[in-house]
Design a protein. Structure first.
Length: 485
């Protein structure tokens, strides 16, 4: 297995939900010939840059410029495109169910917009300040340079480092200055009873708990910012910070920063993901079993909750069967209650390159996991503790193997599962199992069209024809992208 395949496995788990692969059907007609569009879902375009952006958010970015060099690389691209198709399907279904019209959606969208516009205003304010001069960089360098390790030169690289440090300090100063200035007008009106921690559980989401900078703030909006603040004083301070953000967001709008294309793209992306998240939350509540349903599944499928037998094994590997038989005879003859020659003979006679360090100990092996070759596993799991097997042949030579310790199969108790992260792993199993058929139904409801030419010569699942893929050299990480590990 080459490195691309290994990295791909880890990277695709980052999009575990969206990578629930439902194979593409053969495209009857190509997607609209808008430049860069590689697929459409009910007319919504997916661009090639979106696929590459998704890939670049994972360790596979080290291989991004080589994914067209092999059949395997192009299948990686296809997997990410399928994840984006699934995302669009969930988004469309969420909109069809009106999940972008709920109070929770509106509150979260408004909070995000306020926070992001406030940050944009701060950055815009900072960018209108005088630029950091070379003289300021040199003065800071003289003040802070490290003289303990000899003379450090202010070369271009170090000059940029100092400039970045000054810029960070100045930005924080600007942020503080704006907060102090606007804090005088960000009036907070709230009674202690409306924001006290002891009322959190009974307080209704739609209840207005404060007026901040002239705007009513409901508990639905305030809760994400106040839930971990214990005292009313801390909560008032957080509401004041919210007021500063509201005022900064207003100034951002007055400057037209909410019309900036980069912001609009970022907002639309967030709102699409937020809409999708509303449906995913709803589906998780539907498909993840209750405690009662999980207990019933546990009782009906106890084999799935049983840890198989494990054995700690040890081996000696030699070149010929004759040598193995002679060595086994020697071991049986010399072994007593006080003397065990297996360890020393493994170090001295085994051709396994690790035996000198490990004395032939293989560690713990679980039956059926494929950690060791099948012929060795069959022999090892039929032995009594310390019993030496008859010679077993494998491509590596002739093995004498024995069991040092045995742990019997163990049925995990329901209490142990529920009190550990194992329950969450089973929840994810049930959720993903249900999502496969669900996404299949969505593909029947919403038309998915994929441009097969984008995959080059790769044969698409579903029967789209293609030419054969030429052989290529193994993929290597790009020099500029690190080692990709």
């Amino acid at each position: 297995m080459n490195k691309l395949c290994i990295v791909a496995r880890g990277a695709l788990t980052v999009v575990a939900l969206l990578a629930l692969v439902v194979p593409f059907a053969a495209a009857e007609t190509p997607p609209p010939k808008e430049e860069g569009v590689v697929a459409t879902v009910e007319g919504l375009p997916i661009h090639d840059w979106e696929v590459m952006q998704a890939i670049n958010s994972t360790p596979l970015q080290a291989y991004a410029d080589q994914l067209d060099a092999s059949d395997q690389g192009r299948r990686v691209k296809q997997g990410f495109l399928e994840a984006l198709v699934n995302q669009r399907l969930l988004y469309l279904e969420a909109k069809a169910q009106g999940l972008d019209k709920t109070d929770d959606y509106r509150a979260r969208a408004a909070a995000w917009e306020t926070q992001v516009l406030a940050e944009l205003y701060t950055r815009d304010f900072y960018n209108r300040q005088p630029k950091i001069t070379d003289a300021e960089v040199e003065a800071a360098w003289e003040k802070e340079k490290n003289t303990k390790r000899g003379e450090n030169k202010l070369d271009p690289e170090m000059r940029q480092i100092v400039r970045n440090k000054l810029a960070s300090r100045r930005f924080n100063e600007v942020r503080k200055k704006i907060a102090e200035s606007l804090g005088e007008t960000a009036k907070v009106e709230a009674s202690d009873a409306d924001i006290a921690m002891n009322g959190d559980k009974s307080r209704k989401p739609e209840k207005v708990v404060a007026t901040v900078a002239g705007e009513p703030v409901t508990w639905r909006t305030a809760r994400p910012r106040l839930w971990n603040k214990k005292s009313t004083g801390e909560r008032r301070a957080e509401l004041l910070a919210m007021g500063v953000e509201i005022l900064k967001a207003r100034k951002a709008r007055s400057l037209g920063l909410d019309k900036d294309p980069a912001y609009v793209h970022r907002r639309d992306d967030f709102l699409r993901n937020l809409t999708t998240a509303q449906l995913v939350t709803k589906l998780r509540a539907k498909y993840i079993p209750t405690d009662e349903a999980f207990a019933k599944y546990y009782n009906d499928h106890q084999d799935e909750f049983t840890i198989p037998e494990r054995r700690r094994l040890q081996q000696i590997v030699v070149k010929t069967e004759k040598e193995a038989k002679a060595l086994r005879k020697e071991i049986l003859k010399e072994t007593t209650d006080e003397h065990d020659p297996f360890y020393k003979l493994a170090q001295e006679r085994s051709i396994d390159p690790t035996a000198g360090r490990t004395s032939g100990v293989l560690g713990w092996v679980t039956k059926g996991t494929g950690k060791i070759m099948p012929e060795l596993e069959e022999a090892a799991f039929s032995l009594k503790v310390k019993e030496v097997s008859r010679p077993v042949e494998s491509p590596r030579g002739w093995h004498l193997i024995r069991t040092l310790e045995v742990v019997a199969p163990e049925l995990l108790s329901l209490e142990r599962i529920n009190s550990s992260d194992k329950r969450e792993r089973f929840n994810e199993f049930f959720f993903k199992k249900a999502m496969g058929p669900y996404l299949t139904e969505l593909r029947k409801k919403y038309k998915v069209v994929v441009d097969p030419d984008w995959f080059g010569r790769v044969t698409l699942p579903g029967g789209a024809a293609s030419k054969s893929v030429p052989s290529s050299t193994p993929l290597k990480p790009s020099a500029s992208a690190g080692d990709g590990q």
